[in-house]
Design a protein around this ligand. Sequence first.
Ligand code: AMP
Ligand code: MG
Length: 320
Amino acid sequence: MSIISKDISKAADLLTAEELVAIPTETVYGLAGNIYSEKAIKCIFETKQRPFFNPLIVHIPSVEALENIVSYVPEKATQLADAFWPGPLTLVLKKNSRIPDLITAGKDTVAVRVPNHPTTLELLEALDFPLAAPSANPFGSISPTTAQHVDDYFKEKIQMVLDGGPCQRGIESTIIGFEGDEPVIYRLGSTSIEAIEAIVGPVDIKNKKEIAPDAPGMLDRHYAPSTLTILTTDISEAIELHQDKRIGVLAFQNAHKHDAITFQIVLSEANDLSEAASKLYDALHQLDKQDLDIIIAERCPDVGLGTSINDRLQRATVSS
Ligand code: AMP
Ligand code: MG
């Protein structure tokens, strides 16, 4: 077991000593280390079993700290940072020479954001270095949205999980890069396309593995339970097809009734996509523990955060 604790100064001490600490953010829990410590960064990759060619997101305490990380900021990047930071939007920008290659997988760009969680903002303010923090789960598995999820995955492999309660947003950050000076969405996430376009106008979306083959969140299969999982718009039809099996249902708004359903979670009875996003990964963790033959997941409406939820469900349901 790792220590699950709210002690921010203990977390700061461990990170300063080049150890890893799992940290809460509004999206998912991150496995954090000092970006300038080769030992800590290598340990992040080893602990997650993450391939070295997958770059990490750098977490900073404020918009002002961006100047220590990047060498150039397009005007629309400034507009997005001002609109959404602290918050679940990651910007991929030209890095400055102090950012280690290990963080960026040798690229000349770096992914950076200000997370919106009081505990982690206080931690970042207390440190004199930024934190690299990919999601605190083994590569490819369901992301953690509680301190307990992290401990279940890593036990004594990490010394401390800084407990900040359940993650309020529940899906990873939206990632935006720049082509010329124009924003392009590289990964859908907790900031909706509509919210982004309200600030900078229409944006291209390249949330595709063919375009970003080295992006871990872009693999066909990612965020995946170990139980066979399928995604459908017609739950009743899928239940009929699989009624000889032990079925778990992940419904969006309405509970379904059928004798073959042994476990069911409804993401938002109130038909609220942000509530559904915040509960998504915990629901998948719970379903995966029920010894089911199959999880049948229902597609959400394809608007706002529904598009991001469907993206994650799609990747959770591709068989390996
Ligand atoms: P994770 O921290 O696991 O949510 O994943 C980090 C995401 O940021 C991945 O999809 C990375 O490919 C992406 N990323 C990080 N740095 C860069 C970069 N320099 N260029 C493009 N994508 C990046
Ligand atoms: Mg991840």
